[in-house]
Design a binder for this molecule. Structure first.
Ligand SMILES: [Zn+2]
Length: 332
């Protein structure tokens, strides 16, 4: 008897044998929450997550819930026969992979993850002993997504900012408020450039500090005082009235999708830099080898394509909740 994994309506997964969800988005009785990005959250009765995830989730999705806070590496009994252990996923602060051990075998759910070390998240740790069944994210599951070293990308971002400031323009770095903004801020530390953060990124950065992450100084974004500063904010502010008040600005998107040649025209920005908090294609492959599973379910992004690549390497893999019929025909 192996693990049964179902795609949950609205997003996330359901494990019917134990009655727990993984990153459900619709209200669930019990859900493990891998990290606090909004596409992994829901208004559940009981959640199991790390302390930073609970703190960040309280900010992003306030409400009453029972929270089981589990430090990395400690085992928690979900029932008499099933134990959960969280391991750092390296994606954002508090992000966790969940290892479930039961008579059905060992199941590992990655949530979002990356193997490359970051400056503002715990370093990823692959559970020793691997797993029988692996549910993994495959956002960048195509071979064309191979990220340059983060130090190189960080250096390019600093150069972009310096050039803009020399031209008396405000460099505006557009990225997610949670995780990416703090990572970009950390990359700017050695440049000594003064930084302003948009309100949401500033609030979340304050929580990072409360949780013990050492982030460089920043000021709250104020359009009238922004000249001479680097501004970090979410992509949607680019068209906001407050940003339009910046007389001269130069914008850059900070995203793994910057590897797509159409990133700059698509986002109508001046530049795009591939600093990502996800695993790239090679990391995804390396991770599967390290976990050595019998069966892989892929979720998010290029799930169908990556599952097919794994099967071509002799590993049974299927995109969860996706149409796999073409591949079945091929195999049949
Ligand atoms: Zn995420």
């Amino acid at each position: 008897m192996s693990w049964i994994v179902e795609a949950a309506p609205g997003g996330g997964m359901f494990l019917p044998q134990i009655g727990w969800h993984l990153d459900a988005q619709q209200r669930a009785t019990c859900s493990i929450v891998s990290h606090a990005h909004s596409d992994h959250l829901g208004r559940h009765r009981t959640i199991l997550c790390t302390a930073p995830t609970a703190r960040l989730m309280a900010e992003r999705l306030p409400g009453r819930r029972e929270s089981i806070i589990l430090p990395y590496g400690e085992r928690w009994p979900l029932s008499a026969e099933v134990h959960a252990t969280l391991y750092p996923a390296g994606h954002i602060l508090g992000s966790a992979m969940a290892l479930l051990e039961s008579p059905h075998g060992r199941l590992l759910y990655t949530g979002d993850f990356k193997l490359r070390p970051g400056l503002s998240a715990e370093a990823c740790r692959v559970p020793p002993g691997g797993a029988d069944v692996l549910i993994m994210e495959t956002t960048f599951g195509k071979p064309r997504y191979r990220f340059p070293a983060a130090e190189i990308v960080g250096g390019e971002i600093v150069d972009f900012c310096r050039r803009a400031l020399e031209d008396r323009a405000v460099p505006l770095l557009l990225c997610y408020s949670l995780g990416k903004s703090q990572e970009v801020l950390a990359h700017l530390r050695s440049s000594g450039l003064p930084v302003m953060l948009h309100a949401q990124a500033a609030r979340l950065s304050a929580i990072y500090r409360e949780c013990g992450v050492d982030l460089p100084e920043f000021r709250d974004f104020a359009p009238d005082a922004a000249e001479g500063h680097v501004v970090i904010g979410p992509p949607q502010i680019d068209r906001s009235p407050e940003v339009r008040r910046l007389r001269r600005r130069r914008t850059a998107m900070i995203t793994g999708w910057a590897l797509d040649p159409w990133a700059v025209p698509k986002h109508r920005c001046d530049a795009a830099f591939p600093l990502s908090d996800h695993a790239d294609y090679d990391e995804l492959l390396r991770f599967v080898v390290a976990v050595n599973p019998r069966l892989v379910y892929t979720v998010h992004g290029f799930a169908t394509e990556f599952a097919r690549d794994l099967r071509e390497r002799g590993i049974e893999a299927w995109a969860l909740g996706r149409e796999n019929q073409l591949d079945l025909t091929f195999l049949g």
